[in-house]
Design a protein around this ligand. Sequence first.
Ligand code: ZN
Length: 136
Amino acid sequence: MKIVQKELHISSKNRDQMIDITSQVGSAVSKSGISDGDVIVYCPHTTAAITINENADPSVPHDILLTLSELVPPHRAGYRHYEGNSDAHAKSSILGCSEQVLLKGGKLVLGTWQGIFFCEFDGPRSRRVVLQIRGE
Ligand code: ZN
């Protein structure tokens, strides 16, 4: 089994933003020469996340961000974290910092409507996404 690590660099523009990174992940997989296996898409940040969801209708990421903002208010009386960005930490943990995508014939195994999103919750910032591509 071969293992290749790559890194993507992402610049978010808003405090909350979902950025479609499917094509960047797909091209890193192509360049790796690994055709069957999997890729772990990992975000080494505490106020960002990785998720897979619909990338056909841009209203879907909008509505996910709206839903998260209703679930997790930006300010609450009980928050203690000194940085004042507790909502961003909570959203990051709700979605999680990684996704695993299977590879077949050098392509990402995704459903017709699925895309991989980097989710920013405390932007704008420069961010990293680490890819670990494993297989044959
Ligand atoms: Zn913080």
